[in-house]
Design a protein around this ligand. Structure first.
Ligand SMILES: Nc1nc2c(ncn2[C@@H]2O[C@H](COP(=O)(O)OP(=O)(O)OP(=O)(O)O)[C@@H](O)[C@H]2O)c(=O)[nH]1
Ligand SMILES: [Mg+2]
Length: 276
């Protein structure tokens, strides 16, 4: 079990972050075991090792360092050793996901931009995909309501394993659910575990299932395994930096803010822009 309390940010902590402009929330959506938390841990390690070229943006702090450590600590890349992975994300019965905060500052112009990456358990998304109002999927619904952009994770391992049929069905349901709640927000299909072979027909079918309902989606392929067999100290995995660049390039759609809702208890959404 992860020591989440006091490590990832919960809703109560977000007042700190929202003292600046509202952070961009990047929602990471995918089934159990799909590689969501690993992706976050791998990004943190790349940032820490100075290997993430983000087009002139630099790490400018985090309010959730211990949360990042909790996801990445288990995975530190040791030269010559196979990759290690974070523990399964537990649901804690929560109604909102754990969130990892990252501030990036452009070297040429001043103010840091805040990002929050959601790290929610896959079970939530599976419940939400079947029924958007389901009690157990409440945290997934939160992500769907509040994220400024989405990564939809397609797990190549699950899509090539024994249960590939049901993995494909689940992903199709997830894609349809998200499409119906997407509004104009950016979305990327993210193939995780790119080091795992998958049948071309399966890959085509999954891609079609996603693009049929979200034709403007971007597409990425990532893995913690480096595609080149080079110096392990320079291991950057595969595709991880490209995806992070896409995520941090996200711009919020310009919205007209209604007058502030002073009664809101939600520090991020005091402007009452949360869709009902
Ligand atoms: N081969 C390979 N396996 C990976 C990779 N990334 C993750 N895995 C495997 O996938 C497992 C699950 O990864 P997690 O990141 O915990 O998945 P998750 O989506 O956070 O899962 P939940 O927290 O249960 O929702 C890991 O324990 C690894 O076994 C990868 O790049 N390549
Ligand atoms: Mg997880």
């Amino acid at each position: 079990m992860l020591p989440w309390s006091g490590s990832a940010l919960g809703l109560a902590d977000l007042g700190f972050v929202s003292g600046r402009a509202r952070p961009l929330v990047i929602g990471i959506i995918g089934a159990q075991n799909a590689g969501k938390t690993t992706l976050l841990g791998a990004w943190y390690l790349l940032l820490g090792r100075g290997l993430a070229n983000l087009g002139g943006r630099r790490f400018a702090g985090s309010y959730s360092l211990s949360g990042w450590e909790a996801v990445a600590g288990a995975m530190r890349w040791a030269p010559g050793h196979p990759p290690r992975f974070p523990p399964h994300t537990t649901s804690r019965g929560g109604r909102a996901p754990g969130m990892l905060h990252l501030a990036l500052r452009h070297e040429d112009h001043g103010r840091p931009v805040d990002y929050l990456f959601t790290d929610a358990p896959g079970e939530w998304f599976q419940k939400w995909a079947v029924n958007t109002n389901s009690q157990e999927g409440g945290g997934a619904r939160w992500v769907s309501d509040h994220a400024d952009a989405f990564l939809v994770v397609a797990d190549r391992e699950a899509l090539s394993g024994e249960a590939m049929g049901s993995a494909r069905g689940s992903l199709q349901l997830l894609a349809r659910r998200l499409a119906s709640e997407l509004r104009e927000r950016p979305v990327a299909l993210v193939w995780t575990k790119a080091d795992v072979e998958i049948a071309p027909a399966m890959e085509t079918a999954v891609r079609k299932a996603v693009f049929d309902v979200m034709p403007n989606a971007a597409e990425f392929s990532v893995s913690v395994v480096d595609e080149a067999d080079g110096d392990p100290a320079l291991n950057k995995g595969t595709g991880l930096v490209d995806l992070l660049r896409w995520a941090v390039d996200v711009r919020r759609a310009t919205v007209e803010l209604p007058s502030p809702a002073a009664t809101s208890k939600d520090p991020l959404f005091v402007y009452g822009s949360r869709p009902k």
